[in-house]
Each structure stands twice: as C-alpha cells, then as structure tokens.
Design a protein. Structure first.
Length: 326
C-alpha cells in the first residue's frame, strides 16, 4: 500500500510528462492480450456507465487506526508513568509539572497524527470514478473534493511509480495506473487521478487496465462476465462487516497461514475504518452528471450489489495471479 499520494496535491501538475510516463503509456486503442481483472472495484455496472472505487478504498482505516492509537497512547503514558508508581491518589505539583512538560513535547506529534487522521477521516467515504461508455466521458470525484471530467480519448494513461511511503529506498517499489488530463499542448499535466489498483509487479496492472479499457472501447458486454461483486456504498455508508470484508480484499491471493496471522491486525484496523467511514460524507454526483448517466431499465448488463452472491468469489483473483506468474 502507499499513502504518499493520498492527498491530491501529491500529484505534481503544471509540468511536462516525463520520459518514464511516456515509455509506460497505456493506449486506449491498443488491446493487450491479458484477461481483464475488475479487482473488486465496481460500485455500479451497466451499459451507460461503470462506477469504480478509488485507489485507496481497500486500505481505508490503516492511517486512522494508527493515528488514534498513538494519540491515545501518548496521552495515557505520562499519566501512568508519573502517577501510578508513586500511588498518588491526588497528583502533586511536581507530577502536574512533569505531565505538562510531557504533553508539551507531544504537541508536535499530536499535530502530525491529527493531520494524518484527516487524510482518511472527516472527508468522503470514497472517491468514485465514473466511466460513461456512450458519451466516452470520465467523471472523477477527486481527493480534494472537486469533481472533474474529461473525454476518455483525451486522457493520458500510464503505469506510474509511487513515492516511497517512508524513507527513500525503504520497502518495495509500488506501481499504479494514473490518468493525466493534459492541457492544450498535449504535454503539460493539468490534473491527475489514479485507477483502483496498485502492485509491486507492474505487469499485474495491465489486467486491471484492460478491464477499464475494454469497457470503454468494446462496450459492457466485453467485460460484464468479469464482474463478480459490487460495493454497496453508492447511497449509504458501509457496515462494519462490509468494511472488514473490504480490508480483507488486500489479503486475497496470499497463503492461508498469512491470512490467519494477519487477521488480528485487520480486526484492529477495522476499528479505524469504522471511525473514518462514520465521520465522512457520502459523495454525491451533481444533477448534470446524473442526467448524462441515465440507465435504461431494461438494460441486460446492469449489475449492482443487489446481485452479489452470498459469498465473495476469490477464484477470479487466483486465476489472474496464476496467469501473471506463468
């Protein structure tokens, strides 16, 4: 996972496309011979539009839980360290001065943790991306809260290198797919968004790209059979159970032992996710976009959470991972 780019300002704009971005370009008209992979990212699917979650949706909760945990820990530690060993029922003036100094030292840390908390909480429950097939338009609920749109054919898509989450050179290199809206010169980046996928192996991203590309270029029939699940978050906040399920998507394809070991951590993170979702607003598309995305009631390719199976199917994920490893 990667949080460096969770703020829209982390994407450099008003700049010329780099040589690496041009080299890794994904072209709308070029079909890649891989199996399309929807990456459990769909909210709604039909012949008019396909709506996907944002790049960070399945990771929501990690930053919030970490921020809340360390704020609570640093608030409690001075009190416990200064009062409990002395068994003071009433703190002395020395205790109070010591606690005051500790809290003053912690203030910069708390400010940073609250800043990080606000990356996930008190924002929006998700940042949807809508692909309109008949009108060949892309509508993006961006991370800064601004809704932007662009013609599908005008966007420049590329496999991009994510910034390291911590110090340079630490951890694996993560890649994702970004769409750049370019200015009139077709070289300068005006704004950027990311598709809902990331990986240490950039080859895997081509499967996710091909799912989006074929929908927009070949129509909903081309990928309808690849959609196995939709998130029920278009008009409501997810339940705790649904949030726990979303967090576990990150573990799909991993050995069962790793899943068992990770389960307690995921349960803790789910508390942070619940906090983030409950404090965030549900995104709403403006009336003019909804008017351009009217669905035919008799559309045979409609898919929403109402058609979800009782159990989330993991076979498609395994198939894709096996295909890539060959």
């Amino acid at each position: 996972m990667n949080y460096k780019d969770i703020s829209q300002t982390s994407y450099p704009v008003n700049r010329v496309l780099t040589a690496e971005e041009r080299q890794n370009q994904l072209r709308q008209r070029e079909r890649i011979d891989v199996r399309p992979f929807y990456n459990a990212s769909t909210i709604k699917f039909n012949s008019t539009f396909m709506e996907l979650v944002d790049r960070w949706f399945i990771y929501r909760g990690y930053v919030t839980f970490g921020s809340l945990f360390f704020v609570s820990l640093t608030l409690l530690m001075p009190t416990v360290a200064l009062s409990v060993p002395e068994w003071h029922l009433v703190p002395t003036s020395t205790d109070l001065i010591g606690m005051g100094i500790c809290y003053a030292v912690c203030c910069p840390l708390w400010a940073y943790l609250i800043w990080m908390l606000l990356k996930e909480s008190y924002r929006w429950t998700h940042f949807p991306i809508r692909f309109n097939y008949p009108k060949r338009m892309v509508y993006v609920f961006c991370l800064d809260g601004v809704i932007r749109s662009a013609k599908w054919d005008d966007l420049f898509f590329t496999i991009s290198r994510c910034k390291r989450s911590f110090t340079p050179g630490s951890g694996p290199q993560i890649w994702d797919i970004r769409g750049h809206a370019l200015k009139a010169d077709r070289q300068t980046v005006e704004w950027t968004f990311a598709l809902p996928c990331d990986s240490e192996d950039p080859r895997q991203l081509k499967n996710c790209w091909e799912f989006v590309r074929r929908y927009m270029e070949e129509g909903p029939k081309a990928v309808y059979g690849d959609v196995f699940w939709c998130h029920d978050i278009a008009t409501r906040r997810e339940t705790y159970r649904e949030g726990l399920f979303a967090l576990n998507l990150y573990l799909n394809g991993l050995p069962r032992l790793v899943k068992y070991i990770s389960a307690p951590v995921v349960w803790l993170i789910s508390i942070g996710r619940l906090f983030a979702m409950r404090t965030s607003k549900i995104p709403q598309w403006p009336a003019e976009i909804e008017a351009q995305c009217r669905i035919d009631p008799s559309d045979p390719y409609q898919r929403t959470a109402a058609q979800n199976p009782a159990k989330f199917p993991t076979d498609p994920i395994s198939v894709v991972l096996d295909q890539i490893s060959q």
